[in-house]
Ligand binder design. Structure first.
Ligand code: ADP
Length: 604
């Protein structure tokens, strides 16, 4: 586990401090020891001079010094007075006298020539050493001086003084303790200071780290507060600035994205965005509806895996290969929808970047209307040409001699009159339709008594029905509410429907006119909002496949029969326009067991 930066700072500070203290302690102790030794050395030197002076009588004697009890007694006496160990050593290393050694064991004392201080004294006349004495076992400071005897310049004997270091060691020990206490207190203060220092350094840093984590987690409202004006403060300011900029950029991008999504979502056209590899980056809801796919399914997949349409495949691969805009029209199966596609390319070559945008316009309705228009023009021409050709033919026949025969001319003129009436009828119906469509006919909005309207129309149609032996039945519920409408137009609707029922029902059929209040809202079936009127017959019926087109202009199930029966093919188109103009609905259904049932619903 990695240590937090605070601990790193504390540990590093304390380590440096501990090292410093250790070095300081070593240096202090060493300097203290050296000072003490120099001081002790000076004392020993002074004492050595005095002792040398005390030994003058022995040194002045002719001949070399030898270990005598008198010398030993003098040395012990001098050693006791000077509070030091005094040793006299012959140049060959023999101990001649030693204040710390009993007289009887003196001869057994080891040769001292190899002792460091003696070696130094042999070489320079003066030697010094600090060590544990082999004789006394105590740590001792030794000072050795070469003493010349009479008339000799080279040392004839070495005077060695040994000062016990017990006091010195005690002093050093005390110094150690004082130093340890001082340094311990200093260390504790340093710990407290380094913790404080680490906190002051790392707190802003950890604040910044927390803020950065929140920022990474998507919280863009983060603001780092730090009082420091150093590099950390600068870092915090920079981060705050960065956060603000990031927030502004994200907001800007979110707004752009939201706008783009709103545009894409509200577009009626389907939109698909592909990258240069043909992978889907974006589809809008309109396209989801067109191809029955979901955005989640489509995203990041190859378009050819989702939209299996050879013509679309060809278009996309051509556009991707040639990098030129193209357009095409495709037909979707089995829905039969016709789509116009505009494919435009960008100059982007990177994966996951928009490279191609396809816009799908659903032109099914446009094509249908176009077809209706074409049919209409063809139908109008045809419908008008038929009576005109007939009229022209009979006029020519009259001119070519037919007028000379009164019976033929009367018959021909009858036909001409009939065809003129038919032409007139077609033109009147067409004009009426066009006036309704262009809004020239304004529908009145007054409360109408449906029952009265039905009865009046039935009375008009009755002679025709009687002629074919039809039975007219009315099923009208009592207390039928009034509907809002235009009486003349409504009677035209009834008469067109009843006229058709009479026309397209063979002799002795039954025509039923019914009216009842119904609810127009399936969620509130108890509230009656419309009146439903229906005209049912037991006639030839209308095949199911013709139901959707039966209200189109000139659409007839059986053209020849309709014409024979004097129909213009415009009656139902007029019915539909009037009913919708009054805010109602009309549709056709099969009557059970035979015949046709037209249903009209008008708002109460
Ligand atoms: P038309 O003047 O030819 O009757 P319409 O617009 O009134 O024109 O009717 C269109 C076509 O609908 C008719 O040609 C006929 O084929 C069919 N149709 C209308 N009403 C009925 C009905 N009650 N029974 C059977 N067919 C009908």
């Amino acid at each position: 586990m990695t240590l937090p930066i605070r601990w790193k700072v504390i540990i590093a500070t304390l380590l440096v401090l501990a090292c410093g203290l250790l070095i300081a302690r070593t240096l202090a102790i060493r300097s203290f020891e050296q000072q003490e030794i120099v001081r002790s050395e000076k004392i020993l030197e002074a004492r050595a001079s005095l002792i040398a002076y005390g030994l003058q009588p022995f040194l002045m004697q002719p001949g070399s010094l030898s270990a005598t009890p008198r010398l030993q007694a003098a040395v012990r006496d001098l050693g006791a007075r000077a509070l030091t160990r005094v040793t006299l050593i012959a140049p060959d290393g023999r101990v001649l006298a030693d204040s710390a050694v009993p007289d009887n064991t003196l001869s057994a004392v080891e040769n001292h020539l190899a002792r460091t201080e003696i070696q130094q004294a042999v070489a320079t006349g003066r030697g010094r050493d600090v060590r544990r004495s082999q004789t006394t076992g105590e740590r001792t400071l030794y000072l050795a001086l070469g003493l010349p005897t009479q008339n000799q310049t080279t040392p004839a004997v070495f005077l060695r003084l040994g000062l016990l270091m017990t006091t010195f060691d005690r002093e050093v020990g005390k110094f150690h303790k004082d130093l340890a206490l001082t340094f311990g207190i200093a260390f504790l203060i340093a710990v407290a200071l380094s913790v404080g220092l680490a906190h002051s350094i790392t707190k802003p840093l950890s604040d910044i780290a927390i803020a950065a984590r929140q920022l990474a987690g998507g919280d863009h409202e983060v603001h780092i507060r730090t009082g420091s004006r150093d590099e950390v403060g600068l870092l915090a300011d920079t981060l705050n600035h960065m956060t603000n900029q990031l927030k502004a950029k994200i907001n800007e991008l979110s707004e752009d994205r939201a706008q783009l999504l709103t545009v894409l979502t509200s577009m009626v056209e389907g939109v698909m965005v592909l990258d240069c590899k043909g992978r889907v980056l974006q589809v809008n809801p309109a396209l989801e509806g067109m191809f029955d796919v979901t955005r989640l399914d489509a995203r990041a997949r190859l378009y050819s895996d989702i939209f299996r349409h050879p013509q679309l495949d060809t278009l996309v691969s051509t556009v991707l290969a040639n990098r030129v805009n193209e357009e095409d029209e495709i037909l979707l199966q089995p829905s039969g929808r016709c789509l116009h596609i505009e494919a435009s390319v960008t100059h982007c070559d990177r994966e996951n970047d928009a490279c191609m945008v396809l816009v799908f316009h659903d032109i099914t309705e446009l094509r249908r209307l176009e077809n209706i228009r074409k049919d209409f023009v063809a139908n109008v021409s045809h419908e008008l040409r038929t009576p005109l050709t007939s009229i022209k033919g009979y006029i020519e026949a009259l001119r070519d001699g037919g007028k000379d025969d009164p019976t033929t001319s009367a018959k021909f003129l009858d036909i001409i009159l009939k065809q003129s009436d038919r032409l007139n009828l077609i033109l009147e119906d067409l004009l009426q339709l066009s006036r309704i469509e262009s809004g020239q006919i304004l529908f009145k909005r007054e409360p109408l008594d449906i029952q009265r309207g039905i009865e009046r129309t039935l009375a008009m149609i009755k002679p025709l029905a009687d002629k074919k032996g039809h039975r007219l039945v009315t099923v009208i519920e009592d207390d039928l509410p009034a509907v809002l409408g235009d009486e003349d137009r409504l009677m035209q609707v009834f008469s067109n429907l009843l006229d058709n029922a009479v026309k397209y029902t063979p002799e002795n059929g039954t025509i039923t006119v019914a009216a009842r209040p119904v609810s127009g809202d399936p969620e509130r079936p108890s509230i009656m909002t419309t009146v439903e009127l229906s005209v049912s017959d037991t006639g030839i019926g209308i095949p199911e496949r013709d139901h959707p087109r039966i209200f189109e202009r000139f659409y007839r199930v059986d053209k020849a029969r309709s014409r024979e029966l004097g129909g213009t093919g415009l009656g139902l188109a007029i019915v539909k326009h009037i009913v919708e103009g009054l805010g109602g609905q009309v549709w056709v259904e099969a009557n059970v067991p035979t015949g046709t049932r037209f249903v009209v619903r008008l708002p109460i």
